[in-house]
Design a protein around this ligand. Structure first.
Ligand code: FPP
Length: 237
């Protein structure tokens, strides 16, 4: 038995409950998203400072476009303003910001602000912050499959080269598997989140809404992770 405190290499967070957090306070849903971002800004630095190398967060699923236009616009404007205003913050913290998701039908200003912050932070090596925006796990796998088929047709690779390891290089970002997935707000669902990468993830579903999932809550989550016995399909030694 190894008693060393374990730090997961890759943490994934489904940031759920912003809307309920706001509604319970008599506020508009948008206030919940603003509060969620405030939490995320500090939390991301805290998590990467703990030694986690990769943090993936679900900011906007492709399905979220079905929400009221007012809420969608609020979120898109929030993304543009934060990606523009917080570039220096992520530079100072030495964090590399990357994105996973599809370009269409994102607004041009949103896409450009994503390109700008990822370009500016691309050489930072204090941890990778992967933001899922206009993302869906099934479409990520489908897109990867299309790229692989095209590489086979163009004879860049042969069918024998395709395996679970090489497949992951074709996903939106080539990141290691998720070790620990957290979904706040008490909902116990995966909701199309990084389906390929969560194959062996430990999962944790705290009751708190995302705006209240602060550094202290993450440390509690880490303690839970440390009590888990990860076997990857094997048996306990
Ligand atoms: C889910 O809660 C949350 C979202 C769809 C948006 C998450 C976005 C943020 C935390 C802001 C991130 C900002 C940047 C710049 C990356 P919900 O609205 O579905 O909550 P509910 O289930 O209570 O309605």
């Amino acid at each position: 038995m190894n008693d060393e405190y374990k730090i997961p290499n890759h943490v994934g967070i489904i940031m759920d409950g912003n809307g309920r957090w706001a509604t319970e306070r008599g506020l508009k849903r948008s206030a919940g998203h603003a509060a969620g971002y405030k939490t995320l800004k500090k939390l991301a630095v805290h998590i990467l400072n703990k030694g986690v190398k990769y943090l993936s967060v679900y900011a906007f699923s492709t399905e979220n476009f079905k929400r009221d236009v007012e809420e969608v616009n609020y979120l898109m404007n929030l993304f543009v303003s934060k990606f523009k205003d917080e570039k220096d913050y992520f530079m100072k913290k030495n964090i590399k910001v990357v994105f996973s998701g599809l370009k269409e039908p994102l607004r041009n200003d949103v896409w450009e602000s994503m390109q700008e912050i990822s370009e500016m932070t691309k050489n930072n090596d204090g941890g990778t912050f992967n933001i899922l925006l206009n993302y869906g796990g099934q479409s990520e796998i489908v897109e990867a499959t299309k790229k692989i088929v095209s590489d086979v047709i163009n004879k860049n690779i042969s069918i024998e080269d395709i395996n679970t390891e090489s497949f992951s290089h074709y996903l939106f970002q080539d990141l290691p598997p998720i070790d620990f997935m957290i979904r706040t707000s008490g909902e116990v669902r995966v909701s199309n989140f990084m389906l390929y990468q969560i194959a062996y993830a430990e999962m944790y579903f705290p009751k708190v809404y995302f705006p209240d999932f602060d550094e202290k809550e993450f440390d509690i989550a880490l303690d839970v992770y440390n009590k888990r016995d990860r076997r990857f399909g094997g048996i306990k030694k």
